[in-house]
Design a protein around this ligand. Structure first.
Ligand SMILES: C[S@@+](CC[C@H](N)C(=O)[O-])C[C@H]1O[C@@H](n2cnc3c(N)ncnc32)[C@H](O)[C@@H]1O
Length: 291
């Protein structure tokens, strides 16, 4: 395959995860912020009801250091994780996860092998629609007919909201970058944290899923509006809010209450789509979540 922008991982993305940011800290018990834990708890409670019963085979594409793969294995699933960042593969293996190098746009996986496929991260870093569709097609190809394909996207307005929380908007020099990311979804200029990325509106996310032949059973705001409140308090006071606190319980309740309100998808940090491939519709299994 020729190497172009849709077949290579941009070096700044690899460099960001390899040297600039410790992804393994994001959901770690001793380092995670309550804002991050809200994402973690919500992903568990939103996914569990749709997963096939264990021991089913799950492919975790862009699984990073394996935060989700680990709890899925603890739930009794067989998980294979793929990621393009060697450090993440090493970190996942150190946690007992079967992991290999992989790119969401061309998976080294036979057709229709997995009972469920997770794509919780790769779309964040694919700035061109064609490469996002390719990643979605690959996830669908790896999944058995009718299987669950769970896909996460970053909400279009989360970059803007994040900058508001960090008070960077007081500096008008950054307004151009923020406005252009909000307008077109692509963030490709360093200086405001994170790395090259794409932010979806709920409408363009739905459209891409449909274009890739995936049927969307539910589209959730992962964290809901309370995420920004947790993040603001934690940043301002330089503290970590405990997940057994009233503040965390309130933010979690806000995310649950916001679910089903389409307009409120614009104020979450991430979107989580519960989709399935053709030939069948996964049914929620009614497994109670810990969240
Ligand atoms: C924010 S992390 C999310 C990790 C994990 N899935 C989670 O939800 O905690 C994004 C992940 O996507 C991976 N990634 C970036 N581009 C990718 C691509 N083209 N194919 C597969 N994974 C990719 C990164 O290496 C990183 O591990």
């Amino acid at each position: 395959m020729p190497e172009d922008s849709t077949t290579t991982i941009r070096p700044e993305i690899i460099n960001y995860y390899a040297h600039g940011y410790e992804e393994a800290d994001r959901f770690a018990a001793d380092t995670a912020s309550a804002a991050s834990m809200l994402e973690f708890v919500r992903i568990q409670e939103l996914l569990r009801p749709w997963l096939p019963p264990p021991p089913a085979a799950i492919l975790d594409v862009g699984g990073g250091p394996g935060a989700h793969a680990r709890w899925l294995m603890d739930d009794g699933y067989t998980v294979h994780l793929v990621d393009p960042v060697p450090k993440h593969i090493d970190q996942a293996r150190a946690r007992g996860i079967e992991a290999s190098f992989g790119d969401a746009r061309h998976l080294d996986t036979p057709d229709h092998t997995y009972d469920a496929v997770l794509l919780l991260g790769p779309l964040y870093h694919l700035t061109e629609r064609a490469e996002r569709i390719r990643a979605l097609n690959e996830a669908a190809r790896a999944a058995r007919p009718g299987a669950l394909v769970a896909v996460a996207a970053m909400n279009r307005y989360s970059h803007f909201l994040d900058q508001a929380v960090k008070h960077t908007l007081a500096n008008s020099d950054v307004h151009g970058v923020i406005a252009s990311t909000m307008h077109g979804g692509v963030y490709d200029r360093p200086g405001l944290g994170f790395t090259t990325s794409y932010f979806h509106t709920a409408a363009d996310f739905r459209d891409e899923l449909t274009t890739a032949g995936l049927h969307t059973a539910a589209l959730h705001g992962t964290e809901g509006p309370g995420y920004w409140i947790l993040k603001t308090i934690e940043k301002r006071a330089n503290i970590r809010i405990a997940i057994d606190s009233a503040e965390f319980a309130s933010a979690l309740a806000a995310a649950r209450l916001a679910d089903g309100q389409q307009d409120l998808l614009a104020v979450t940090a991430h979107l989580l789509a519960i989709t399935h491939t053709a030939d069948g519709m996964p049914q929620p299994q009614g497994i109670k979540s810990d969240g």
